[in-house]
Ligand binder design. Structure first.
Ligand code: SF4
Ligand code: SF4
Length: 298
């Protein structure tokens, strides 16, 4: 199943970044697909991006909300909220595990051989702060004389934007290099920090800083597709915790907001058939390892 997940991650990354004419046109794709909301974090300004980023769109919504209201334009971007709301209600953070290009990049970086470290659990709350302040409140409340806000997360933090858009656009449009300033160097430092951290620890940006992960995490209890624990079969051996890329103790917290439904615990750790994948509470499949153990013990 891990190979299947990697294939899905690759296909989604290629589909959401499927415009390969950019080395010739030297600009970003602006065709009809650009009205489609990407499920994962994928910068709108990436030259190859065929879709738009839900966090970028959410900020745009917040930035212009006051101006729209003042001018009696009651357009609130329900489409953006609807898209990520529906995806979140069905899948929650399964999107992070299967359909986020930036999550995929971090997983590949983590394969580089090095000493590995855990991410301190309390740091997971930082991403809720980033969602609330940098994506919602600051773009809404800090406005120019014309009543427009700024995209605080994209402008000051997003390492996916620097990697997928900032650096490629500097390569494609040399005249932009004259405009580089402190802001760009600051974002480059944030990108390099997360690249280095991803080699040493599993998915640090997803666990600590991603506002989209924070948004999808709000659906962790209510989402339709999720893993369930059978407390009768669970022996508390904690093998699930040892393989989890997000540091979840599944046996203690089966609805954990950090779970990205990568299925590693179900397929590669639990020998006791205590974990199953369910849709709306109906079991869809259980672990491959438990079937092997059951076969051998016959
Ligand atoms: S709890 Fe299981 S499915 Fe969830 S992230 Fe950890 S290993 Fe993956
Ligand atoms: S690996 Fe299975 S049996 Fe062991 S603690 Fe996790 S859920 Fe329980």
């Amino acid at each position: 199943m891990e190979l299947g997940r990697k294939l899905v991650q690759l296909v989604v990354a290629l589909l959401t970044n499927g415009y390969w004419g950019f080395p010739v046109t030297r600009t970003i794709y602006q065709g009809p697909l650009k009205v489609v909301c990407s499920p994962g974090l994928n910068c709108f300004s990436c030259p190859a991006a065929t879709t738009y980023c839900p966090i970028g769109a959410l900020q745009q919504l917040m930035m212009s909300l006051r101006l729209n209201l003042e001018n009696a334009r009651y357009f609130f971007g329900w489409y953006v909220l609807g898209c990520i709301g529906v995806v979140g209600a069905f899948l929650g953070r399964l999107v992070c595990g299967w359909a986020c290009p930036f999550g995929f990049i971090q997983e590949l970086l983590h394969k580089i051989p090095s000493r590995k470290f855990s991410v301190p659990r309390p740091l997971r709350f930082v991403k809720y702060f980033i969602l609330l302040f940098f994506v919602i409140l600051l773009p809404l409340l800090v406005v120019s004389e014309y009543g427009l806000g700024e995209p605080w997360f994209c402008k000051y933090i997003c390492p996916a934007g620097t990697l997928e858009a900032g650096l490629p656009l500097l390569w494609l449009q040399p005249n932009l290099r004259n405009t580089i300033g402190l802001l760009f160097y600051g974002k480059l430092i944030i990108l390099l920090f997360f690249v280095g951290w991803s080699i040493l620890a599993s998915r640090p940006f997803c666990r600590v800083a991603c506002p989209l992960g924070a948004f999808y995490a709000l659906f962790s209890r209510a989402r339709l597709v999720k893993l369930q624990l059978d407390p009768v079969k669970c022996t508390q051996c904690e093998a699930c915790h040892r393989v989890c890329p997000m540091g979840v103790k599944f046996n203690e917290s089966p609805d954990d907001a950090e779970c990205i439904t990568c299925l590693a615990c179900m397929d590669r750790a639990c020998k006791f058939d205590a974990i199953s994948l369910t849709v709306g509470g109906i079991p869809l499949r259980s672990g491959e390892l438990s079937k092997v153990v059951t076969e051998k013990s016959r």
